[in-house]
Design a protein around this ligand. Structure first.
Ligand code: FE2
Length: 259
């Protein structure tokens, strides 16, 4: 069975959330009512051509093609191509049944790639968006370079139950700590350190402030020249007294968290 169908048929108990990782910062989350939210789904190899001297050839297989992607909410955290991918958006077949949410530069890409204006909703740090049993709160993220100053993260809350914090690409800054006010149960954090993102150590220091029950590393797996060893994050959590939280996801395999 293809993965999109598996996800659509996957039962999520009350008080739980299911999630699947697609590499880099790409996830699909499913709520107990069956609401499907995708974050930063990079489903092509379009970044390969971005640089001559930086190897950005995709290493993780495309687990769902843009043509097969069938979710309710398509979220992006910022407008870099490994997060808001024009080629993924261009090739979506179900554009007319999804809502597209993200900071303004991502909204421009949605529009440019054929999404109707009525389906696009801007987001920013501290905004709140509700859809069925899902509540999204925008969080602060510090842009990692001057090319795009509209970075953000999200706290997603499922059926009044579990809350998941997705940091998005961010440099280290005390304002990022403000996500702790949402008391997320799960934190999904960049750890690669490259391109001015949080390093494994900075991510662990952030986890010490956020205090999640589960800390999941991401954004280290996709590109040969922007990778890191997630075990460094596991060690950094232990050295910062964040114990028992480390969780490494496997691409395409479900992880169910319940409170
Ligand atoms: Fe990125």
């Amino acid at each position: 069975m293809n993965l999109m169908r598996t996800i659509r048929e996957f039962p999520v108990p009350r008080g739980a959330v299911a999630m699947w990782w697609f590499g880099q910062n790409g996830y699909i989350f499913k709520s107990p009512e069956g609401t499907l939210a995708g974050v930063d789904l990079y489903l092509t190899d379009s970044c390969r051509a971005l640089h001559q001297e930086v190897n950005l050839a995709r290493r993780v297989p495309v687990l769902i093609s843009p043509e097969d992607l069938d979710i309710d909410l398509f979220l992006c955290t910022h407008n870099h191509q490994d997060h808001t991918d024009p080629e993924t958006i261009r090739n979506l077949r179900h554009k007319d049944t999804m809502r597209f949410i993200g900071p303004m530069p991502s909204c421009d890409v949605y529009r440019r790639e054929g999404v109707e204006s009525g389906r696009i909703q801007p987001a920013w740090p501290s905004c709140r968006i509700e859809e069925r049993d899902l509540v999204l709160d925008g969080t602060f993220a510090l842009p990692t370079d001057a090319s795009d100053l509209n970075h953000m993260g999200y706290v997603l809350s499922f059926g009044g139950g579990p809350k998941i914090y997705v940091t998005g690409d961010t440099a280290d800054h005390e304002l990022v700590h403000s996500a702790a006010a949402h008391s997320p149960d799960v934190m999904i954090t960049v750890i690669n350190g490259g391109f001015n993102n949080l390093s494994h150590w900075e991510a662990a220091r952030l986890a010490k402030v956020i205090k999640p029950r589960v800390a999941i590393p991401c954004h280290y797996d996709m590109f040969p020249d922007n990778s890191a060893d997630p075990k460094l994050f596991r060690a950094a959590l232990a050295l910062n007294d964040v114990r028992g939280a480390y969780k490494e996801l496997t691409h395409g395999e479900p992880f169910v968290f319940s409170r």
